[in-house]
Design a protein around this ligand. Structure first.
Ligand code: ZN
Length: 168
């Protein structure tokens, strides 16, 4: 690994992690982080890793994840903050090429696992009523820590509380 990545800015590191993720498509799904955790760390202390994202998408995602983490420190319930922080700091983001879910619905993003989310082109570029990217990321990470779409732990309600730009 290029030793300059230790001191390079977030953008350079983001490009590198993005490239590294191309390996996923070749069948090494769990090699990230373990082999080279330094490569995943960006300037905000987050270890967000992107997969199949363009460099500009990755830059937007890292910035938005930083905003989501910062907001969550005060806007989500205290008992959920530690868990949220753990998840957002180790987040894996897959950039899909389509705006539809597998079920054919138009979506901004989707929680796809305990540590990973998928973001669609419209979610990342904040079009089609998706609201701001930090709000979409917050929403999907809240799903990872047990939030649903109704009741006391409602990801939509929390998005609205945390971000005026949520579009909700
Ligand atoms: Zn949702």
């Amino acid at each position: 690994m290029d030793p300059r990545s230790r001191t390079s800015n977030g953008m350079a590191v983001a490009k590198q992690t993005c490239r590294k993720w191309a390996r996923l498509e070749k069948g090494y799904p769990y090699s990230y982080g373990v082999n080279n955790p330094i490569g995943n760390i960006d300037f905000m202390g987050l270890a967000v890793t992107t997969y199949s994202c363009s460099p500009s998408q990755t830059a937007n995602i890292l910035a938005a994840a930083g905003k989501a983490e910062a907001a969550a420190k005060t806007c989500i319930p205290c008992e959920d903050r530690e868990d949220f922080k753990k998840h957002i700091r180790n987040l894996l983001v897959f950039c899909s090429k389509h705006n539809e879910s597998l079920e054919g619905e138009s979506i901004c993003g989707e929680q796809t696992g305990d540590w990973d989310i998928t973001l669609t082109p419209q979610g990342i570029d904040e079009s089609s009523g998706c609201g701001c990217l930090q709000s979409t990321i917050l929403h999907e990470v809240l799903h990872q820590i047990g939030y649903g779409h109704s009741g006391a732990k409602n990801a939509f309600a929390m998005e609205k509380k945390c971000f005026k730009c949520s579009g909700l």
